[in-house]
Design a protein. Structure first.
Length: 238
């Protein structure tokens, strides 16, 4: 990953790393009084610590407390904001600075990806819409209807990426229809990238809030927040 790309995606990494640090300190710490944490020996017994136990913990389906989910979230939005219509955004910046051959390279690469995207949409667009609708609907029903956490996590990843695919498809159609070149093409790609970053920031915020809420509900002792029953005062005896 180049230095400009790291700087551009620094807010995304900051949000994810902040969430990971909070999750580690407050939900995994031994001093958190509202969380009951067991060591591996307490949970499974020293004699039961096998390769299957470690593999089962690494492949835990409770996604919001799994580090791999947050890494995947950061990588997904970092890649989506850098590869606009399949074109690396550093080519857009280089074409704006140097123009000439750099701008010609940008146009060639952009139109190759645009042509491929439009061809796929023309040949299999209907099936892609049907399949994606079925998958997203299934994830939403399983996640929020049946309270399956991995389905919630996948839907929080897939739903905004579907929106990104839609706006990218519209941008590709506009580029091909208007035969955009030069500054107009760079402006379209830049505007698309900004919209992708906006969708990514909203998605990361919603996913973080829901992940924190899910972990709190799972780990915190519900009795800790319940008010103790107060017995009514008995009348004083004479």
């Amino acid at each position: 990953m180049t230095h400009p790309q790291v700087a551009e995606n620094a807010p995304i990494f900051a949000v994810v790393l902040s969430w990971v640090a909070w999750n580690f300190l407050h939900l995994k710490g031994r001093n958190c009084r509202a969380v009951t944490v067991f060591s591996r020996n307490e949970r499974f017994g020293a004699e039961n610590l096998t390769w299957y136990t470690y593999l089962n913990e690494m492949m835990d389906l409770r996604s919001f407390s799994n580090l791999w989910f947050w890494i995947a979230l950061a990588v997904m939005w970092s890649s989506a904001s850098h590869w606009v219509l399949g074109v690396p955004y550093d080519m857009v910046a280089r074409a704006a600075r140097q123009q000439g051959e750099a701008e010609a390279d940008l146009e060639r690469v952009t139109y190759s990806f645009v042509a491929r995207r439009l061809y796929v949409a023309e040949v299999a667009g209907t099936w892609l819409v049907v399949l994606s609708s079925f998958v997203l609907t299934s994830l939403l029903v399983l996640g929020w209807g049946y309270d399956i956490e991995i389905a919630q996590a996948l839907s929080l990843l897939g739903t905004p990426m579907t929106l990104v695919w839609v706006i990218s498809q519209r941008a590709a159609q506009r580029i091909a229809r208007e035969d955009q070149r030069g500054a107009t093409l760079r402006r379209t790609l830049t505007r698309l990238r900004i919209w992708i970053q906006v969708i990514g920031m909203v998605s990361i915020f919603v996913t973080s809030v829901w992940g924190i809420y899910t972990n709190l509900v799972r780990h915190l002792d519900n009795d800790y927040f319940k008010a103790e029953a107060v017995e009514p005062l008995q009348p004083a005896q004479k």
